[in-house]
Structures are given as C-alpha cells and as structure tokens.
Design a binder for this molecule. Structure first.
Ligand code: C2E
Ligand code: MG
Ligand code: MG
Ligand code: MG
Length: 286
C-alpha cells in the first residue's frame, strides 16, 4: 500500500511540475552546490567616476556566476533565487570575503584601490553579526576604515527604520559609506533620507535613460532628477547617476548636482584583473 501511495504522489508531482519549475529547481540546487564550493563565482568591479575630475573614486562589486551546465546565469535570476532560499547569507559572505581579499592583495602590491561598494540584500543586512563580520574582514586584510561600503535599497530599510539607524550607525563608525540603491523605484518615503545615516544616493538608471527619451518622458524624468539631486545636495549626500550609457545622457545630466557617474559610458563591470590593469595599473605611488 505504501508503495502504491508513493507512486501516486510521484505522478502528481510530475504532472504539476512544469518545465519552468524543473529548471528553477535544478538551478537552485546548482546554486546550493556553488555556494558550498565557491566554484564558478567571481566578483566584477564597475568604476564610479567623478564627473568633474574624471577620477575613479569608487567601484561597485557585482557578483557573477558561471555554471558548467547553465552557463552564465544573470544576477537578476540567481540573486532573487538566493534571497528566497536563504542562500543569500552564505553567498553574500563569499562576496564580502572575495572583495576584502582582493582589496588586501591590491594594497599589498602597492596599489591604491578605491572604496568598493557591496550590495546587501535584506536577509544579509538583518542577519545579525554583519557589523562584526565587516570589522573582522577589515582587520584580517588590513584594510583602512571605509575601504568597503554598502548599497541597500529603500525597501530593506523602511519597515524597520529604528533598528536600521542603529545598524547603519555602527557601519558608519567603521568608516563605511552607505548608499541607497535604485533610488526612486521603491516606496520613496522622503523622511527616511533625513533620519538614516546615509552618505550616498544612487538615482536609478530608469530616470537617467528617460532623460533622453521622447518629449513627454523627458520632461517628467527631468523634473524628478532635478528634485532628487537637489534634495540630496541639500541633505549633504553624494549623488551617483546609475546606468549612464551615452554622451547624450551625460550632457542631459550636466545641469544637475551629480557627483559620480556609473554606467557603460564610463566603464562596464570587469573582472578584477582587468579592473587592476585598467584603473589601478599606472597609479602606483601617484
Ligand atoms: P544594482 O546593484 O543596481 O547594480 C547595477 C546593475 O546595473 C548591474 O547589473 C550593472 O551591471 C548594471 N549596469 C551598470 N551600468 C549600466 C548601464 O550603463 N546600462 C545598463 N543597462 N546596466 C548597467 P547586474 O550586475 O546584472 O546586477 C543586477 C543586480 O543584482 C544588482 O543591481 C544588485 O541588485 C544585484 N546584485 C549583484 N551582485 C550582488 C551581490 O553581490 N549581492 C547582492 N545582494 N546583490 C547583488
Ligand atoms: Mg548596487
Ligand atoms: Mg543600482
Ligand atoms: Mg538595480
């Protein structure tokens, strides 16, 4: 009888599971193995360029995953999957370790890497022990205060604002810069910008892209970019324009108080070796 039931259960499972679910399950199990072994994971770095000086003042760490069977899997696919499954905690830890290790290596080689911002999902931010983890990594790799900073989206901070203030204050005491990522796409309650100890506001690339869209789009997004960058400036926050792809977009931004440009125009995300030769190579001792 048990055998019979088992077979029915199996059939039910088979008919209800479609091809998409199957692939998701297989991907998730592959991700689990990857997180354990660390194989196929790499951190790429995208420069943040000072608009006025042209200097590379920072970089964003962006995780890449290559799997022998699935090929390159986009962060847009595997990050949400890691968030749902809880794998984001060990995965995020690996990212932070890789970044700290790389920065330590560069510094040992006499290079002066810029500050690197690491993305934090809600699960990572709220896991407990984050501040200790960061402090330990700084010590272990002999990094100066603030060498690593963080990017968080509005939604991560909004529902537990009071607790967020405490955590962010601790990170700020380690010198870390804190950026609000994809600003303008979330709930965008403005009061928290004043209440949280932030340093940086990243204007979402959808607004930047619409700055050079059709007439109607252009006017609306210009109004939003003007308001957001003006507000950030008044609050003493640095403004990063995300996703700048064209000269035309850069031109359209000229009238707004933007500090840093991040986008394909000024540099795509590249692997550590390329980042080193392109942006750190000739600056030794300078
Ligand atoms: P994000 O933090 O907003 O990162 C910026 C994304 O925009 C990156 O996509 C980057 O490659 C892309 N980008 C940069 N410049 C341009 C441009 O000029 N045009 C266009 N179209 N795109 C541009 P990516 O690397 O695919 O990452 C997607 C998202 O995945 C990130 O968005 C971030 O939310 C998440 N993510 C990536 N790495 C990590 C990580 O290590 N931990 C966590 N928790 N999330 C991560
Ligand atoms: Mg980011
Ligand atoms: Mg972003
Ligand atoms: Mg984004």
């Amino acid at each position: 009888r048990a055998k019979h039931e088992g077979r029915n259960t199996y059939r039910l499972f088979r008919t209800e599971m479609n091809a998409h679910d199957g692939r998701q399950l297989a991907l998730e199990s592959a991700l689990r193995d990857t997180v354990e072994s660390g194989e196929g994971l790499a951190v790429h770095y995208q420069p943040l360029v000072n608009r006025d000086s042209g200097e590379v003042e920072g970089a964003e760490a962006l995780l890449r995953w290559h799997h022998p069977e699935f090929g390159d899997v986009s962060p847009g696919v595997f990050i949400p999957m890691a968030e749902r499954s809880g794998l984001i905690i060990p995965l995020g830890r690996r990212v932070m370790e890789k970044v700290a290790e790389q920065l330590g290596e560069w510094r040992l080689a006499g290079l002066s890497p810029p500050r690197v911002a690491v993305n934090l999902s809600a699960g990572q931010f709220w896991q407990g022990g984050l501040v200790e983890q960061v402090r330990e990594l700084f010590q272990q790799h002999d990094l100066p205060p603030g060498q690593i900073g963080f990017e968080l989206t509005e939604s991560v901070l909004l529902d537990r604002q009071q607790e967020a203030v405490g955590l962010l204050t601790d990170l700020r005491e380690l010198g870390c810069r804190i950026a609000i990522d994809d600003f303008g796409t979330g709930y965008s309650s403005l009061s928290y910008l004043q209440d949280l100890p932030l340093t940086t506001l990243k204007v979402d690339r959808s607004f930047i892209q619409r700055l050079t869209g059709d007439e109607g789009e252009r006017r609306g997004s210009a109004a939003i970019v003007a308001a957001v960058t003006g507000l950030a400036q008044e609050l003493g926050l640095r403004v990063v324009a995300e996703g700048v792809e064209t000269e035309e977009q850069l031109q359209a931004l000229a009238r707004y108080p933007v500090t840093l440009i991040q986008g394909y125009l000024t540099g795509r995300p590249v692997d550590a070796a390329t980042f080193e030769s392109r942006y750190l190579g000739c600056r030794v001792g300078a």
